[in-house]
Ligand binder design. Structure first.
Ligand SMILES: N[C@@H](CCC(=O)N[C@@H](CS)C(=O)NCC(=O)O)C(=O)O
Length: 278
């Protein structure tokens, strides 16, 4: 059963928020959904948010619905981890970059995370069925984008499932999580100490290991407080150059890590995906 938590008219379509009991995470899971007014099956853009975010953050702050409405795209904004909503009993950690709000879009293999922290399987194997119960989604036409931790999720899932996602883009993605503090902490906890297991969840390592997609769009603010310590777009640039992947990396002077930056350039990302989903 899918519960509707809220539903409102928005740019001629509807923005809603939902919860369902996930068979994959074993907890209630929440997501936001924008369905444009267009009739007939519509393409789907999955929008993955970053650390500390929920299903509401991208939906409320990115300003994407206006452009999704113009292009006739369905937007889905999944929560970033399992949580202890009614009936939920997921592990947590007191810090903002591990546990609830920090699922890293992967399936954890280590205790205490493994039973519930299965964000990749939830997104790939369960959410499409759930979506079909709510919206006229054309699952033959899916694309994925994300911000920061969600940018890492979008890149890694697109690299691993090139037939599923027609296009991928990111704002300020964590490009080489195995080599930066956010990723080292999360991967150590979720995947264990064996760094060989981390490579399957690291965009740069996946590309170095032979995964290929045609193109990637990235916007990165040059006043981003996490740029050098956590994001490392130059690593992605080098990996793509070696692999022959077309990376459009746009360095934006004066923009930080936040949603003001995303809001400024979201129109371009929606248009990029719409063109490839047409
Ligand atoms: N709270 C953390 C930063 C967390 C953070 O910046 N999260 C980003 C994604 S990685 C975000 O989108 N936050 C929610 C927001 O800006 O509304 C800190 O203070 O260092």
């Amino acid at each position: 059963m899918i519960e509707t938590l809220a539903s409102s008219g928005c740019h001629g379509g509807r923005q809603s928020f939902h919860a369902h009991q996930s068979r994959i995470t074993g907890t209630p899971m929440r997501f936001g959904l924008f369905v444009p007014a267009h009739s007939g099956p519509r393409p789907v853009l999955w929008c993955l948010a970053g650390l500390t975010c929920t299903e509401e953050t991208f939906a409320i702050k990115a300003g994407a619905q206006r452009f999704a409405a113009d292009h006739g795209l369905i937007l889905v904004t999944p929560d970033t981890s399992p949580r202890n909503h009614a009936g939920g009993d997921a592990a947590d950690d007191g810090s903002y970059d591990l546990g609830q709000g920090a699922g890293f879009w992967l399936d954890a293999t280590q205790a205490p995370w493994a039973p519930n922290y299965r964000m990749a399987s939830w997104l790939l194997d369960e959410m499409p069925e759930v979506l079909l119960q709510l919206a006229p989604a054309d699952l033959a036409r899916q694309s994925i984008m994300g911000h920061s931790m969600g940018g890492h999720g979008a890149l890694t899932l697109a690299l691993k499932h090139p037939k599923r996602f027609r296009s991928v883009s990111a704002f300020a993605p964590i490009c080489a999580p195995s080599e930066v503090p956010w990723g080292e902490k999360a991967f150590g906890a979720y995947l264990g100490d064996d760094r060989a297991a981390w490579a399957a969840h690291d965009a740069c390592a996946l590309i170095a290991g032979g995964k290929r997609i045609d193109e990637i769009l990235v916007d990165q603010g040059m006043a981003d407080q996490f740029l050098e310590a956590q994001l490392r777009p130059e690593r992605l640039e080098a990996a793509c150059a070696r692999a022959g992947i077309t990376l459009r990396l746009r360095r934006r002077a004066g923009y930080d890590h936040g949603y003001w930056f995303i809001q400024t350039f979201i129109e371009d990302h929606i248009a990029f995906h719409a063109e490839r989903l047409a």
